[in-house]
Design a protein around this ligand. Sequence first.
Ligand code: F3S
Length: 382
Amino acid sequence: MELTKEEQKLIESGGIKQKAMELVVSLGEIFGAKRLVPITSAQIAGVSYKNISDAGLEFLQDWSKEKVVVPTTLNPAGMPLEGWKELGIKKEFAEKQLEIIEAYRHMGVDITCTCTPYYAGNKPKPGEHIAWSESSSVVYANSVLGAMTNREGGPSALAAALTGRTAEYGMHLPENRKPAITIRVEIPMFGYSDYSILGYWAGKKYGSTVNFEFSATPKEEYLRGLCAGLATSGKISMFTQGQETKKEKIFTEDDLVDTYQMLHTGEKHDIVAIGCPHLGFDEVANIARTLKGKKVNTPLWLFASKEVAKKAFIKGQADIIKRAGAKLITDTCMVVAPLEELGFKSMLTNSAKAAHYAQTTNNMEVEVAPTEECINYALRPK
Ligand code: F3S
């Protein structure tokens, strides 16, 4: 691979920056990249102590001697950074989690702890090369924002953040961003969960960029659900809309129903969890409107970024949610927090991604349903 003088210097610099550069270059060589490209931002996954354990913490403490050189944000952690005791998180877990956060903070990473970095000040412009690692935000960045990123691993996103570069392969090359097939969606799509299920279905079926043709333009929040679904079940890092392809497939009512069924393993749920990916402000406001003056009888946990929660606090929605007995939680999510250790066995959610991981990694029973049904389930008397 061709390296610039500056890049050559970094790879001979010794210490952590050299290791980071070696990681970026090795990945490039594996994937046949000819050069590195400068990035404008990074987003790092691999934050929850539940996922990275002591080995990950040691790695981060070692690398924390160096600073990131581009704006870098962080994925959700295994608990809210404040108020974790109220959720029943164990002290030993919390201490390790806070050490992880401290290591990132020391590197100059912005402790956003969200999978919607674009609501937290990290919103790249079309055509910018970036190195993001959270799968749903990768699809969103490529497809909705028009930025260019591969689905980085936690360490490779960190290496890119420390060097300001990533290897030019995959989604950094325009030819790999072209869709091979169009998925025509003519059935009525009723909301977030339908788009999330559509993404999950398409991700299982196809392995590269797909083009969607919708009969009605989806809302931005629905696209987030679509992105998360696509990223969960396969290798898709991008979708397009309105492009021509030679092949076409129609998404049918049966496809929709069968995919809901695939993620339906329980009937009686002990938690309702919404916010995968983290909720936008409008969604929080809509949920607050439904909850106003009511009380939940099954725990209802809503996940959002600190920025969205702050706005909800200022505008009064956070208070309505609290009065209803539901929780608006930041910094973490229903997948990377140790829900199973907190005693939850079955989860109702509006997100295919949350259901998939709750089932496969947290060993929970799951069901995906439209947002209104999820809220009504939490409200109904036991
Ligand atoms: Fe975000 Fe957690 Fe879902 S990181 S996309 S809320 S699994």
